[in-house]
Design a protein. Structure first.
Length: 165
């Protein structure tokens, strides 16, 4: 395997591992009707590397699975994160605030449906959407922009350009 492929896989694996750890460490806040999934701050990482896309997807899949979420939650929650990561990558050249919108939108649309139809949460879907929106804004925009600021200053040391090999 070429160095570029090894770098891509390494970055993806590290991002997945960090996502899993953050999901489990902050488990009380990562699930439920009102949730602030700290790991969702990592959805800003596709701005820096495309390796974040599979890393975030696998991290969410594993984090939800290890936390014993229901199968629809594992599948569709992870797909929401995947869609958000792809959207962030596509908007990577825009202002960082704009790049935080795809994971927010994907989760606001998908997670309330999971809560309602998988866990039978007796709250109206529009209210659940507001709850998820609030949590996603805190994690993706608030924490995500803090992470972006920290990484942007040091990106040449943290994320090697995948095309240099």
């Amino acid at each position: 395997m070429k160095k570029k492929g090894i770098l891509f896989l390494t970055q993806s694996a590290m991002i997945a591992a960090i996502y899993v750890v953050l999901t489990l460490v902050f488990k009380p806040f990562s699930f439920g009707e009102v949730q602030v999934r700290v790991a969702e701050a990592l959805t800003i990482l596709p701005v820096f590397t495309p390796a974040a896309i599979p890393g975030l997807f696998v991290g969410c899949l594993l984090g939800n699975g290890i936390a014993a979420a229901a199968i629809p939650d594992i599948i569709f929650g992870s797909l929401a994160t995947l869609l958000g990561a792809i959207g962030t990558y596509m908007l990577r050249k825009q202002h960082p605030i704009v790049a935080t919108l795809p994971p927010i939108i994907a989760n606001v649309i998908i997670v309330p449906l999971i809560l309602r139809y998988t866990y039978a949460v007796p709250i109206a879907i529009p209210i659940l959407m507001l709850f998820i929106l609030a949590g996603q804004v805190v994690s993706c925009t608030g924490l995500g922009l803090l992470l972006h600021k920290a990484l942007d200053k040091n990106k040449q040391f943290i994320f090697k350009n995948l095309t240099e090999y």
